[in-house]
Design a protein around this ligand. Structure first.
Ligand SMILES: Cc1ncc(COP(=O)(O)O)c(C=O)c1O
Length: 511
């Protein structure tokens, strides 16, 4: 079996190998002979530090196993089940017809005149094309997105929150990831010799730790309260901030709601406390709300930070907020199209202008991603030809995710040594499990964190790929993994059955 160390090397890829074998000399400058200009010795250290578990060693090994199976290797299973990443289409979810019809017409405008598509599809595609340079999706758009679609997003937000949204404060982006990075970049500035600290949840979605590492920003970790279904205790935020503030300037708070990997949905009261906390310490709020349509549990409801802030009145309604949304999640699951947006509230106009300037150097998000945003923000309305089918497909996806969310938590809670909080929202479960001392010893010998050892054993023996808790962060001495709820129902049932069997064999083996 391939060693964990080798996998890490593969993960860090070509540069590692070149540096190890040939890169040689430090400094850099274009030497003669076969020396590389970029080596492991002179590579940006922030890139070396950066880790992104959801595409890390476990996933690389899963891909290698798939190749081994294709080339006839005998395994105790026939396929890899990828429960490692929130990519609904990769796990068999079908696209929403309306979205794909609009995109087809945008990319091949002949379909508007000749194709057999509903009138509202043709109209939307024509409107988008009329907003593109030369009426072609092949032209660059304005850097922060097509004006018509930014206005549609503003209308979506106004309907959602019941409060005015200014379309000029909406930026269309290549997925929420690039929007989040655009805002993080604003904080790269060591004031008074101290780096900027950003409060991030633990467990967290590793985009945050990876981007902070990339930009040389310091994570200030606050723990979510697992015993209270991953609620966010303000006292814990206080602890984290006060412990960090002698070394870093804490300047922003990241909140993921609904949570990834933890699946919680924050209450309105909790959001109010967070806004008050942010105001007290002058922190810009990153409200990562990409799962706003993915709320399942009875009694849970999504409240946007913008809505709560507005309704708290002065001075809170003047607080700095950046909120993020994506077409990758929700019921569309269009991860590969790379469409998303952010809304900026109460950012100093000069700062916002500078951010727009920085964004403009990337030219623009893809026109297809922006078109998907248009469909997400302004879906067919009742009475329009596409409405019934769109509604049926949307309800079917969200209804099925709801059942799968329940099924997964129920199954894990039946397993010995497991405790899984209910999945109130998003697309993941993050169960805690106990490991027998002998398994912990075996992990040590193998050079892996114990939960990573477990996840590798699971993968090698069953083909199920989950990501160990250490990739997201967890309280020391606890063990978790993240699984998505995305395998289609029959596959999910199969996966959970195999999982249960594996766990009882694993427990016996290391008893
Ligand atoms: C909490 C959270 N934020 C942001 C993203 C990035 O999404 P996108 O595909 O829009 O870049 C993800 C993706 O899984 C996520 O889970």
């Amino acid at each position: 079996m391939i060693s964990f160390k080798n996998l890490l090397c593969t993960c860090r890829s070509m540069s590692n190998r070149c540096g190890g074998q040939r890169g040689g000399g430090g400094g850099g400058g274009g030497g003669s002979g076969g020396e590389k200009a970029v080596t492991m010795q002179n590579l940006n250290p922030n890139i070396i530090k950066l880790e992104y578990a959801v595409r890390g060693p476990l996933v690389i090994r899963a891909a290698a196993i798939e190749k081994e199976i294709q080339s006839g290797a005998q395994k105790p299973f026939k396929k890899v089940i990828r429960a490692n990443i929130g990519d609904a289409h990769a796990m068999g979810q079908k696209p929403i017809t309306y979205v794909r019809q609009v995109l087809s017409c945008v990319i091949l405008p002949d379909l508007i005149s000749k194709g057999d598509f509903p009138d509202d599809v043709k109209k939307r595609a024509s409107d988008i094309l009329n907003s593109c340079g030369g009426k072609s999706a092949g032209a660059y758009t304005v850097s922060h997105g097509i004006e018509m679609i930014r206005k549609q997003v503003a209308t979506y937000i106004e309907r959602r929150d019941g409060h005015k949204a200014n379309w000029e404060d909406i930026v269309l982006t290549a997925g929420a990831s690039s929007a989040i990075k655009n805002v993080l970049q604003l904080f790269v500035n060591n004031i008074g010799g101290k780096p900027t600290g950003i409060l991030i949840p633990i467990p967290q979605y590793p985009l945050y730790s990876a981007s902070l590492a990339e930009y040389g920003l310091q994570p200030v970790r606050y723990y979510l309260n697992e015993d209270k279904n991953w609620a966010l205790d303000v006292s814990e935020l206080d602890r984290a901030l006060n412990e960090a503030k002698s070394n870093v300037n804490v300047r922003a708070l990241v909140v993921i709601n609904p949570g990834n990997p933890t699946g919680q949905v924050l209450t309105r009261e909790n959001i109010e406390e967070l806004i008050k906390f942010s105001k007290k310490y002058n922190l810009l709020i990153f409200a990562d709300e990409v799962y706003q349509d993915n709320v399942y549990a009875e009694g849970s409801k999504f409240f946007s930070f913008k809505k709560v802030m507005k309704e708290m009145g002065s001075p809170y309604d003047q607080h700095e907020l950046a909120s993020f949304m994506s077409v990758s999640k929700g019921y569309m699951g269009e991860c590969g199209l790379r469409g998303g947006w952010m809304e900026l509230c109460n950012i100093q106009p000069e700062v916002q202008a500078n951010m727009y300037k920085a964004i403009s150097s990337m030219l623009c998000p893809t026109t297809l991603g922006q078109s998907a945003v248009s469909c997400c923000a302004m879906p067919p309305q009742q009475g329009e030809p596409s409405y019934e089918l769109w509604k049926k497909e949307k309800d079917a996806v969200l209804g099925s995710l709801n059942k799968r969310a329940k099924m997964i938590a129920e199954t894990f809670n039946k397993m010995e040594g497991f405790k899984c909080n209910i999945v109130q929202g998003a697309m993941y479960a993050f169960p805690k499990f106990e490991l027998p001392p002998k398994a912990i010893e075996a992990a040590k010998k193998d050079g892996k964190p114990p939960d990573t050892f477990y996840a590798f054993e699971l993968l090698e023996n069953t083909g199920i790929c989950v990501i160990s808790g250490s990739g997201f962060g967890q309280r020391p001495g606890t063990y978790h993994f993240r699984t998505t709820i995305l395998p289609q129902p029959a596959l999910l049932q199969e996966m959970l059955d195999i999982f249960q069997k594996f766990h009882s064999e694993f427990t016996k083996k290391y008893a």
